[in-house]
Design a protein around this ligand. Structure first.
Ligand SMILES: [Zn+2]
Length: 254
């Protein structure tokens, strides 16, 4: 079985995702130090206890996620769920790598690029804060006849129901998307000329903006929209070193 070291793995993730380019809500990179030699990587969306337990069962030496353990606004105490997650990682000497915005942004392997791939969308431009939003359209050059047609397409690709609000005024050609909790990007998407905006979550104000601006808003689930970047990046880096990699999806309705 091939092996690499923790520092080499960190360097490979950093070289690919360039975390220094982003202003983020928590630390990107190695969040919890585990064993030095790595054979097996498990990737997942969130460093939840369920994922950590699954990684232990899979005999992972490293876990690679989008949502790590540490966020701005936490009280910094290792109690409750934090204690339980950390205790499991440390007891099994598992490395935890987490990349948040850098993983959303990567032009080929990131959450937005990979969500576009799943939905048959290609981006020609970026928009919004830190250029995280993707703007483009159907990879085949076509359009969607209505908000309902686009919503049904997304439901069939992501295999889950979506929330749709607002009716596009004509056929939907320009499509903007930003994975996760990016409802705050909606106004920037409208300003960038989108006929429809796809993200994970919706909040109260966006429903009104969608109705009043004639731009479709589709919320397809925070988790569902961010299932594709972590396995793409982890598989890419695992292949560089010949390591084993497995994506473990811990279902989340939110
Ligand atoms: Zn997220």
């Amino acid at each position: 079985m091939n092996t690499t070291t923790r520092p080499d793995l960190l360097q490979a993730f950093d070289a690919l995702l360039e975390p220094a380019r982003f202003k983020d809500y928590g630390p990107n990179g190695l969040q919890v130090e585990g064993k030095r030699q790595v054979h097996r990587i498990v990737s997942g969306v969130t460093a939840s206890r369920a994922l950590i337990e699954a990684a232990i069962d899979a005999q992972a030496d490293a876990v690679f996620v989008h949502h790590g353990l540490f966020w701005r606004g936490q009280d910094g105490c290792v109690t409750g769920w934090m204690k339980q997650r950390l205790a499991l990682l440390l007891a099994h000497d598992i490395n935890l790598f987490a990349y948040h915005l850098p993983l959303d942004a990567h032009p080929e392997l990131g959450n937005n690029a990979q969500l576009g791939l799943q939905l048959g969308l290609t981006a020609g431009a970026r928009f919004g804060e830190q250029n995280l939003g993707f703007l483009g359209g159907r990879s085949d050059g076509g359009s969607f006849a209505s908000t309902c047609a686009l919503a049904e397409h997304i439901e069939s690709r992501l295999k889950r129901p979506v929330v749709q609000v607002g009716q596009a005024q004509a056929a939907i050609k320009n499509i903007a998307w930003c994975s996760g909790g990016a409802q705050g990007y909606f106004e920037a998407a409208i300003a960038a000329g989108a006929d429809a905006f796809i993200t994970g979550e919706i909040s109260e104000p966006q429903a009104h903006y969608a109705r009043e601006m004639g731009v479709a808003f589709i919320a397809c689930g925070h988790h569902a929209s961010e299932r594709y970047g972590a396995p793409a990046v982890a598989a890419h880096v695992a292949a560089q070193f010949g390591l084993q990699h497995q994506f473990i999806d811990i279902d989340n309705p939110a």
